[in-house]
Each structure stands twice: as structure tokens, then as C-alpha cells.
Write a protein that binds this ligand. Sequence first.
Ligand code: PGA
Length: 250
Amino acid sequence: MIIAGNWKMNLNRQAAVSLAQTLDAWCAGNQGKAGQKEMIIFPPAIHINAVHDALSQETAVILGGQDCHPDDAGAHTGDISASMLVDAGCRWVLVGHSERRQNHGESSSLIAAKVSQALKNSLSPMVCVGENLTEREEGHAFDVIEKQLQESLPLKDMGDGKFAGAIAYEPVWAIGTGRVASPEDINDMHVHIRAVLSAMFAGGADTPILYGGSVKPDNAAAILDGKDVGGVLVGGASLSAKDFLAIAES
Ligand code: PGA
């Protein structure tokens, strides 16, 4: 079970460090519970070093980057490479978040190139997919997600059919809106994603599938109960230690 927090473009350095320390202390005091759950946090890139230094050596809190470039190095002003994230202590990277797809015009083929680069660097990609409201209302959600999965996962670079990453299903209309998909809708979509992944590659049967979109302490337990729900990717509620830990306790 993965409990992941996407801090997006929030928190100054001191607040980021303090939040990380609170999560770290909770994990240290909940070894048994933390053993069944992986806690991953995605701080803004500029805080990764400070957060890394604030976490205890043997911490159960795992660090991730919010994005990486498809190239390993070069003239890419403002970008960060997968190898830099690894060097800074990250083990995960978010790829294809809908805010990147929408606000930065990222296509699924670009996302696939980023996933390849992450895998080359032994960085686990958390690949986000999600339909928008029109697509859902017009009944195309399943087709949209299938297409995004097929185009965002670089099968040729996944070698032996294993995938050292995860999928995050995040319906765009549920992100930051307080509008959460119903447990039935989440269930149906996760079963669909599992079928698509299993048909695509051998490891598709075991790839964790997370749900994201307005996950809060009061709806987390019902969501996590769903079939094929391997965890949650939390945005807004991950900025509060109290809320994020309540979700982890669910
Ligand atoms: P939210 O964001 O929990 O604030 O809806 C989720 C996400 O974008 O990962």
C-alpha cells in the first residue's frame, strides 16, 4: 500500500522541512504499520535537498521528484534530470501529472520518454493518467485511460516486462476540486486499468494502481478498500501533517 503526497508548488523551506520531520517521526514510531505502507513525498525540487537532510537515515519516508526531463543532461533551462533526482536521494518521480499535461502541453509520447529516462536511472516512475469531465460525461473515460496508458508506457524500455513503477489514476475533474470519484467509479476504473496493464506487459498484473483526486481523511478508508486500489496520491491534504497522517492511518 502506497501513501503518496504531492506537495506541488507549495511550502517554503522551513515548512517543508518541518512537515517532513513530522512524517519521519510518525513512521519511526509506527514501524509495524509503516511496514505495510510505503510513504512517498514529492516536495518541490528546490526543497528536495533540505527535506532529504531532515529525514533520519533509516527513515521509512521515501523521496520523489515532481517531474524529470527526458534527456539525461544538456541545454534545458529550468529542467531537472532523472539522474539529478537520484543523486539528491529520490527513489520516485511523478510523470504525466494532469497539471503538466494541461499547463505544459505534455503529450503521452513525451511522458513515455520521461518514463524511459527514469527507468534507465533506476528511478521509479509514478505515471499519472486521468480523464477530464467532458470525457467522463460523454462516456469515454475507459477509452481515454486505455489510450493514455498505451501511449505513456514505453514497453520497449521495460525490458523483461516488469515495471518498477506505479500508475496513479487521477480523474482531472476530481483534482483539487473537493469532488471525489465514488468508490464504485474508482473500483470500476482500477479493474479496467488492471486489465489494460495485464494485456500490455507481464508485470501489469502486479503494478500498483493508486487513486488520486481530493483524497481526504474522511474518504480515504472507503477509497483504499476498493479492489485493485494499491494506495492514494494526495495533493492538498498532504500539506497538513495531521490530515496526511490520518489518511496513512486509514
Ligand atoms: P488533490 O490533488 O488531492 O489536491 O485533489 C491530487 C493530485 O493532484 O495529485
